[in-house]
Design a protein around this ligand. Structure first.
Ligand code: 2P0
Length: 382
């Protein structure tokens, strides 16, 4: 312990999640307490996730953090409050092999270095896409909570961890569980009942296939935090949504998930995404997350397909809506977060294949000539 040479490290991986009933708006910005509950699906960690390593050493003179190799400022209150919460709970940590022992009271005087990388295919550019940024933020902030917890030997239940993660980034608390997860808004002022709970585990509805259509690799113009604040201050639709619509939808969505009722699940998912974006438009000044943008690349993963599409965002919604109407019952669900990238959910592989065929028909992969131009010049899309 006297030597300044030792470094202790821990690594953990966190998946991201996609909300099907959206969180939008805080009633307490410091504790990150939402104006309504939300429900999400956690993606497989092997598909979209971040791996974070935390190191501690007496030779570190301050807390530092890197995202995908780039250092970011830790001056923001959120990182600090997460780290404070974790340090408060930290226990004795021993590495007997190396004769290192950190007592719980030592943690206050030790600094950490955190490095986080996402596993989104680099060529797919998801990491720098609008949705990618949102994912990355959520994942990373969550990892900021979990990873140091592991390192500092924090003995907390998942509920407690979800409350730490929540204070990093609201939606991150839902990534603590796999499967379907609800973040209850809670009523208490101290936020102790605003926690994530698992509604069903990852094996409950295994047939579902999620396809992510990446349409934009630019960072969004309005951050979720700022957007939410402005919506809470100016949108009357948000008040109606949070007080009347979402409480009802949460019950209906829980039921649809329990029963694996895809038509109800799809209707609720699409309706909630559309209402969330309506709230953004109802905000002053209005927020446009679903921009019409370009991109052209095809990247296929296993259960999650990331395809880069080129065209208007409305075309994707139109494609799904027309298909659903033609069949008379929802075949596919779509949902958009605070960015233009589409998340499409199919009830099984058979429908997912059809969906992929249609997507590739409307948004074909790049031509040889286009590929050449990417390789030769426009590296922003790679
Ligand atoms: C969600 N989003 O439920 C919604 C849907 C975006 C649209 O949670 O300010 O990054 O860190 O609590 O969690 C994005 O918001 O915001 C988000 P903060 P966060 O997934």
């Amino acid at each position: 312990k006297e030597s300044k040479k030792w470094v202790l490290m821990a690594t953990a991986r966190s998946p991201t999640n996609i909300a099907v009933i959206k969180y939008w708006g805080k009633r307490d910005e410091t504790l990150i307490l939402p104006v309504n509950g939300s429900i999400s699906v956690t993606l497989e960690p092997s598909h979209l996730s971040a791996t974070t390593t935390v190191a501690v050493s007496p030779s570190f003179d301050r807390d530092r953090m890197w995202l995908n190799g780039k250092e970011i400022l830790l001056s923001g209150g959120r990182y600090q409050s997460c780290l404070r919460e974790i340090r408060r709970r930290a226990e004795d940590v021993k590495d007997e092999e190396r004769g290192i022992c950190i007592k719980r009271e030592d943690w206050e005087g030790l600094h950490v270095h955190i490095a986080s990388f996402n596993n989104f295919p680099t060529a797919a550019g998801l990491a720098s896409s609008a949705a990618g940024f949102a994912c990355l933020g959520n994942v990373t902030l969550f990892m900021c909570s979990f990873c140091p917890c592991k390192l500092m030997n924090v003995k907390e239940e998942t509920t407690e961890l979800s409350s730490i993660a929540r204070q990093g980034s609201g939606s991150a608390c839902r990534s603590l569980y796999g499967g379907f997860v609800k973040w209850a808004m809670g009523n208490k002022e101290d936020g102790s009942d605003s926690i994530a709970v698992q509604l069903a585990n990852e094996t409950h509805w295994e047939d579902l296939v999620i396809l992510i259509a990446v349409v934009c690799s630019r960072q969004k113009e309005t951050s979720s935090t700022t957007g939410m604040r402005e919506s809470v201050e100016t949108s009357s639709l948000l008040q109606y949504r949070s007080q009347v619509v979402v409480p009802r939808r949460l019950i209906q969505m829980e039921e649809a998930i329990q029963k694996r009722d895809f038509p109800s699940f799809a209707k609720l998912t699409c309706a909630d995404s559309n209402q969330f974006h309506s709230v953004c438009l109802d905000t002053s000044p209005p927020i446009f997350y679903m921009n019409d943008t370009s991109h052209r690349h095809v990247q296929l993963c296993f259960l999650i397909y990331c395809i880069y599409v080129h065209g208007e965002i409305r075309l994707i919604i139109g494609l799904v809506e027309r298909w659903n109407q033609f069949e008379g019952t929802p075949q596919v669900a779509y949902t958009y977060d605070a960015g233009p990238n589409a998340v499409l959910i199919a009830p099984n592989r058979k429908v997912a294949r059809l969906l992929l065929q249609r997507m590739l028909f409307y948004f074909p992969p790049p031509s040889e000539k286009e590929l050449d131009s990417y390789v030769l010049g426009d590296t922003s899309i790679l």
